[in-house]
Design a protein around this ligand. Structure first.
Ligand code: FES
Length: 108
């Protein structure tokens, strides 16, 4: 099956710490990257509660904790899983080619 999307390299897999999200920007949008095992996930960097940067927080497994008020999100779905965060954050498809991590601007 042909993928007609354009993908842009935004990081190397090795750039992404296993506990601290890695901040990248694409199309003026701040995006947090996470690595759980061999799988890379991408979400909005901005918390839906009061606009803190999730990359200034930390994650464990599939849950990222906002540094400002401790709200938490599932990085696979963007769903808020702990108050005071209620609204979800956006999640984005990620492609990994070798060591390159790619995002598609059309998904932002
Ligand atoms: S700003 Fe993230 S939980 Fe309040």
């Amino acid at each position: 099956m042909t993928d007609s999307k354009t993908w842009v390299r935004v990081a190397q897999v090795g750039d992404i710490d296993a506990t601290v999200p890695f901040l990248v920007e694409l199309n003026d949008r701040a995006i947090a990257l996470y690595r759980v095992g061999d799988v890379v996930y991408a979400t909005d960097d901005t918390c839906s509660h009061a606009e803190a940067s999730l990359c200034e927080g930390a994650y464990r497994g599939y849950v990222v904790t906002c540094p400002r008020h401790g709200g938490q999100f599932d990085i696979r779905t963007g769903k808020a899983v702990k108050m005071p965060a209620i609204s979800p954050i956006d999640v984005f498809p990620v492609r990994v080619e070798g060591n390159d991590v790619l995002l598609s601007p059309s998904d932002l």
